[in-house]
Design a protein around this ligand. Structure first.
Ligand SMILES: NC(=O)c1ccc[n+]([C@@H]2O[C@H](COP(=O)([O-])OP(=O)(O)OC[C@H]3O[C@@H](n4cnc5c(N)ncnc54)[C@H](OP(=O)(O)O)[C@@H]3O)[C@@H](O)[C@H]2O)c1
Length: 262
């Protein structure tokens, strides 16, 4: 098993994509720690994985002290931290930028940028002491191009990509490597509500060259690969996993020109 004896912390692993990652890491032999802010989800998680090597904590990543204490708790329980998956994240209510409310903007920045940094720093300090560690952050395709409605979310996810690059430079000398994933729209997690309506699934599928949304398992397998020794030399990089959506323009010049000739 790829993660036998490894200690993995997945922020926001109590539900959605993070929970699917937790299940996969457990199946591959890891000891898994997750956190979230909703006690009901934490209890559900603990019931679902009862008797397995799990810790589930009520801790908000945007609370600096909570992240310091979570890292300390993981070390006290497991003796080390091998892998941190920066998965916890929220999206803003979709609005044009000029209508975005201050608190909506601030909350996304507080959780996705500041919170992810607090978690990274708290666990990073432990990894520096160990002289070993791997950090994988979940960014998003919307960090790569402008999409109306997503401004704070897109800014926050592009910040994670830069943090990944910058820390790969700063921390590689301590044996810590980092990478990120920029996924497209996934059929699960925060899209759970949206995908109940076929019209949205069709819309998102048609926008994607591959012709469909990504399945949760497809993201999970990329996360596990990037967390594994097989991907060790991928450092500072963001892997785009979007079915090709960021790789094309809606109307290529050649098509526009040929329309003019008709
Ligand atoms: N689903 C997609 O299509 C998609 C695409 C690209 C990227 N992503 C990214 O993938 C990650 C997981 O998303 P998801 O779809 O699984 O979303 P989700 O179903 O909403 O789950 C988010 C998880 O993060 C936790 N969380 C949120 N804010 C937190 C905070 N401040 N402190 C601690 N935990 C917090 C949530 O628990 P509580 O609410 O209890 O805190 C929950 O466990 C996010 O970073 C998201 O941006 C998702």
């Amino acid at each position: 098993m790829r993660f036998d004896g490894k200690v993995v912390c997945i922020t926001g692993g109590t539900k959605g994509l993070g929970k699917a990652m937790a299940k996969a890491f457990l199946e591959e032999g890891a000891y898994v720690c997750v956190n979230g802010r909703t006690q009901e989800n934490i209890t559900k998680f603990l019931n679902e994985f009862q008797g397995q090597k799990v810790i589930a904590l009520n801790a908000d990543i945007s609370n600096y002290e909570a992240m310091e204490s979570m890292a300390a708790q993981v070390i006290a329980t497991c003796g080390k931290i091998d892998i941190l998956i920066n998965n916890a994240g929220i999206v803003n209510p979709l609005r044009p930028a000029e209508k975005m409310k201050k608190e909506e903007f601030d909350t996304v920045i507080d959780v996705n940028i500041k919170g992810t940094f607090y978690a990274t720093q708290a666990f990073g300090k432990k990894m520096i002491e160990q002289k070993k560690g791997r950090i994988v952050s979940i960014a998003s395709q919307v960090a790569l191009f402008g999409e109306k409605g997503f401004l704070p979310y897109a800014i926050s996810k592009s910040a994670l990509m830069l943090m990944t690059r910058a820390l790969a430079y700063e921390w590689s000398k301590y044996g810590i490597t980092l990478c990120a994933i920029a996924p497209g729209f996934i059929k699960g997690g925060m899209n759970e509500g949206l995908i109940k309506k076929e019209i949205f699934v069709d819309y998102l599928s048609k926008r994607t060259p591959i012709g469909r949304m990504a399945n949760v398992d497809e993201l999970v397998s990329v996360v596990l690969f990037l967390a594994s020794v097989d991907a060790h030399y991928i450092n500072g990089e963001t892997i785009i996993m979007d079915g090709g959506i960021t790789g094309y323009t809606q109307e290529p010049l050649i098509d526009f020109i040929s329309k003019g000739k008709q």
